[in-house]
Write a protein that binds this ligand. Structure first.
Ligand code: ZN
Length: 139
């Protein structure tokens, strides 16, 4: 598996509006993008620190998995995302080594990334994501 760095940490919050000022005013980071990912029923806000990002996740409806997470465990770190150049290969290798997959194949995420999750039951409790930049269109 070829992981290059921690691409981002996903952090579940009840409200982006209430959470963003902490990151900007206390930590001095700058929110450079807010994006709704309808597929995942979340609104995201991004900050960059070095080559790693923080991804705040606010549920857009009660059926969102983020809403369920907050209800059960409260606001806080939700997942860890590793950058790779081949998400499908990471999934195949993880599955071959007995890891339970959440996503059988890469799917579109925020920030023009292709993403896939593996199950926290197989990762000592850490919901883990693999992600890579979408391939550029062939010229
Ligand atoms: Zn993520």
């Amino acid at each position: 598996m070829n992981l290059t760095h921690i691409e981002h940490l996903g952090i579940a919050v009840k409200s982006l509006e209430e959470a963003i000022p902490y990151y900007e005013n206390v930590l001095g980071l700058k929110c450079y993008a807010v994006e709704e990912v309808a597929d995942q029923k979340v609104k995201t806000a991004f900050f960059k620190i070095g080559q790693t990002k923080l991804e705040l996740l606010e549920p857009t409806c009660p059926e969102s998995t983020i809403a369920g997470f907050i209800e059960k465990r409260g606001e806080g770190i939700h997942h860890l995302a590793f950058a790779t150049d081949d998400v499908a290969a990471c999934l195949a290798e993880a599955e071959e080594k007995g890891v339970r997959l959440i996503d059988k194949a890469p799917r579109p995420g925020a920030e023009q990334m292709m993403i896939a999750f593996i199950h926290p039951k197989s990762t000592k409790g850490v919901l883990t994501e693999f992600c890579m930049k979408k391939q550029e269109e062939e010229k």
